[in-house]
Design a binder for this molecule. Structure first.
Ligand SMILES: *Cc1c(COP(=O)(O)O)cnc(C)c1O
Length: 388
């Protein structure tokens, strides 16, 4: 079935790019490993396929599925989220250009922008994205080409108004890039709110099973798409066929998984909120969260990511992080199994000592699809280990 962009989300997730194989009728499109394609005479290609870096049917199927779910016209699948980000920035920024990004951006994104691309003359200013005046000032003070935001942000769970930020970026002739990894296209579609580009670490919710590393870019503009497609081809950070296949398989169930992740996130956040050990619960589904009303407006549900800060400081956070058994202590997020992360020493160790540093009393929970009661019981027994 061709991608019918009017169909509902789950219908698009299951069918976009997934037409059955015409020769045998195989319902699941075959996984194409071939690195090269026979030519019917010099330059006479079958369906445009020439060489695996330039095109692969399994990768194309994933790209079609991604574009249909984000409401874009073109999608590109990469070997990792950071590979996607690197190709994206090199496609649209040049030496002397500037990037304004959230001051709680994913640590790896900041490391790429600051320590790698900074060396090639691309400047950056980290600012609080929920303060639109501060963003506008940083954008105006430089030759800003890109405004880069994560909402919800990782791991501080801040919510930024995508439509308002798009207006700020466009007023200055810059592009708005939204890292939609935390929300996934099921909960939030930034292109419809005015963003120019969506990036993903498909390693997380899109793959959804902690068994593949990948990244993606989705756009809605043909000219921008051509620039990105050229860099993807010229630089070559494409996803391999097996990775693309696993990502497609995960993406088919994104909607049903996100419903469950969101239910569990809400239950865990509400439980944490009434615990005496807890100083703050950062979850946009709580009415007490400063971004709650905005999140209700621009997201379908609130997702499975919950950050929590402890009154007992670093010691309490470390104790809980090291004493759970249903939650696994590990980097990453978005899989069906619950994960626990201590950002200041794990995912965000690369920004320690900078203004992007994460509080030492914070742990980040990625609530999986297990039973909520089991997740809560696991946290409860870990809380008894905190020395009060
Ligand atoms: C993990 C992550 C990335 C980087 O993606 P990789 O697939 O690990 O390269 C970027 N942004 C966010 C929000 C992430 O969580």
């Amino acid at each position: 079935m061709p991608a019918n962009n009017n169909a509902g989300f789950n219908t698009r997730a299951v069918h976009a790019g997934q037409a059955f194989e015409p020769r045998t009728g195989a319902v699941v499109p075959p996984l194409h490993f071939s690195s090269t394609y026979a030519q019917d005479g010099i330059g006479n290609l079958r369906d445009g396929y020439e060489y695996g870096r330039g095109g692969n049917p399994t990768r194309d199927a994933l790209q079609e599925q991604l574009a249909a779910l984000e409401g874009g016209t073109h999608a590109y699948s990469f070997s990792s989220g950071l590979a996607a980000e690197d190709s994206l920035i090199r496609a649209i920024a040049r030496p002397g250009d500037h990037i304004v990004l959230g001051n709680d951006a994913y640590g790896g994104t900041y490391r790429l922008i600051n320590r790698v691309l900074g060396g090639w003359g691309i400047g950056n200013s980290p600012v609080d994205m929920s303060d639109l005046d501060a963003v506008a000032a940083a954008v105006a003070a430089n030759k800003t080409r890109i405004v880069w935001v994560e909402t919800p942000s990782n791991p501080m769970m801040k919510i930024t108004d995508i439509a308002a930020l798009a207006a700020v970026a466009h007023d200055a002739g810059a592009l708005l890039v939204v890292d939609n990894t935390f929300a996934s296209p099921y909960l939030q579609t930034p292109l419809a709110l005015g963003a120019d580009v969506v990036v993903h670490s498909t390693t997380k919710y899109i793959g959804g099973h902690s068994d593949v590393v990948g990244g993606a870019i989705v756009v809605k503009d043909a000219e921008l798409a051509e620039k990105i497609g050229f860099v993807q081809f010229a630089v070559g950070a494409v996803s391999g066929p097996m990775d693309a296949f696993l990502t497609t398989r995960g993406l088919k169930t994104l909607g049903v998984r996100m419903d469950r992740h969101s239910e569990n996130g809400q239950a865990v956040a509400e439980w944490l909120l009434q615990r005496p050990e807890v100083e703050a619960v950062l979850y946009p589904g709580l009415p007490s969260h400063p971004g709650h009303e905005l999140a209700k407006k621009q997201m379908k549900k609130f997702g499975g990511m919950v950050s929590v800060q402890f009154r007992g400081g670093e010691a309490a956070a470390r104790t809980v992080a090291e004493n759970t058994s249903v939650f696994t202590l590990a980097e990453s997020l978005g899989g069906i199994e619950s994960l626990m992360n201590y950002p200041s020493e794990m995912t965000h160790a690369s920004v320690k000592g900078t203004e992007l540093a994460v509080p030492v009393n914070l742990i980040r929970l990625s609530c999986g699809i297990e039973e909520a009661e089991d997740l809560i019981a696991d946290l409860e027994q870990a809380f008894t280990k905190i020395n009060s």
